[in-house]
Design a protein around this ligand. Structure first.
Ligand SMILES: *Cc1c(COP(=O)(O)O)cnc(C)c1O
Length: 350
């Protein structure tokens, strides 16, 4: 959780939860969030206390009605978490699981919607953070809209960095948080939800604290939170949104890649998936070297390398969350390079 000095400084100010200025900050944040997805006319942003998962749980538990049925297309741990959330909320669930090194399939979603008309909602993770796979959101949204269903998106690790526009795709709701691509302090989630959807879900929520309809009523009424807001975190988030805007509104770095359903394709994983015995032995040897590698890189002060175990190959994730720029990433690569040299690895090629 890295953030800037100016974001931290915004937290030096104390606010009362009913202060006029604090209410203005909330109004500004809610407005800015819907602007970021081109949804000022169609959607509202409902902030919720807690981390990103709280927002996802609020989205699923509030928007899928008691007699609804949710299709979850998933390819990793965060997608699986949505399944658990829906089960906790006692919602009727059906799933399509894709291999963790492949994007979710719009064709499979379409086929399932064709044979199971009871499905009312479809949930998908935009970027499955455990593997880095960017799921083909535009294609999924097209299929879901064509079948007349409501799309719920977990965009936790993409919101603010990758394009997501209500003018390009139709979605009932998207959930994200204050501290990933938007470099705020942790402690705040939000759901951007279609006004018509929100209006129709009164009384559907499974938890008082996570009831988006009621939470929104507070903001629309007197501009206040129902329960004690994380005032400092909200002030920091306001500052983080200003910094995000100053950095260029989250325009895509490479517009040519906008809608590609990209795959994380580690050639080592592909090799192992052939289940060839000799290759598996290779993989085991490289596993030992991998752990030595991680230990050494951590010693250099680089903390955001997470050992991640895909089913078939050892791997690591570079956590690029918060206020990280070119200098930090160049530094990370330098640490990796010098560790490889220490370990006598001549090349970074698989
Ligand atoms: C980080 C993340 C979450 C959970 O967020 P927390 O803030 O840890 O609760 C959910 N979904 C995705 C895709 C994420 O990357």
């Amino acid at each position: 959780m890295t953030t800037t000095r100016s974001v931290k400084e915004a937290m030096l100010r104390d606010f009362g939860s009913r202060d006029g200025e604090f209410i203005e900050i909330n109004t500004r944040i809610r407005r800015r969030l819907v602007e970021l997805v081109d949804a000022v006319e169609t959607h509202v942003a409902v902030p919720i206390q807690g981390s990103g998962t709280f927002a996802v749980e609020a989205m699923i538990g509030s928007l899928v009605p008691r007699n609804g049925r949710l299709l979850i297309a998933f390819n990793g741990a965060y997608g699986k978490r949505i399944v658990r959330i829906a089960e906790y909320a006692d919602r009727s669930v059906t799933t399509i699981e894709t291999a963790e090194d492949a994007p979710v399939s719009p064709e499979a979603i379409d086929a399932t919607l064709a044979v199971d008309p009871a499905i009312t909602h479809v949930a998908v993770v935009h970027c499955e953070t455990t593997t880095g796979i960017l799921n083909p959101l535009v294609e999924v949204a097209a299929v879901v809209a064509h079948r007349g269903k409501a799309l719920l998106i977990d965009a936790m690790s993409s919101f603010g960095a990758l394009p997501l526009s209500a003018k390009e795709i139709r979605f009932a709701a998207v959930a994200a948080s204050s501290n990933k691509c938007l470099q705020g302090a942790p402690g705040l989630g939000f759901v951007i939800v279609e006004k018509t959807t929100l209006g129709a879900t009164k009384g559907d929520a499974r938890a008082l604290t996570l009831d988006l309809h009621e939470q929104n009523k507070g903001f629309e009424g007197n501009g206040q939170w129902r329960f004690t807001p994380p005032t400092h975190v909200i002030a920091a988030f306001d500052q983080a949104l200003k910094e995000h805007e100053a950095e260029g509104r989250g325009e895509p770095a490479d517009p040519g890649r906008r809608h590609a359903g990209t795959r994380l394709r580690d050639p080592a994983a592909r090799r192992a998936s052939s289940a060839d015995h000799r290759d598996l032995q290779d993989a085991r040897r490289s596993e030992l070297r991998f752990h030595a590698f991680l230990r050494r890189v951590a010693r250099s002060g680089l903390r955001d390398l997470y050992p991640g175990k895909l089913t078939l190959a050892e791997s690591f994730r570079v956590g690029c969350i918060g206020a990280l720029g070119a200098d930090e990433m160049t530094g990370a690569l330098a640490a990796v390079r010098s560790t490889m040299r220490e370990l006598g690895v001549a090349s970074g090629r698989p």
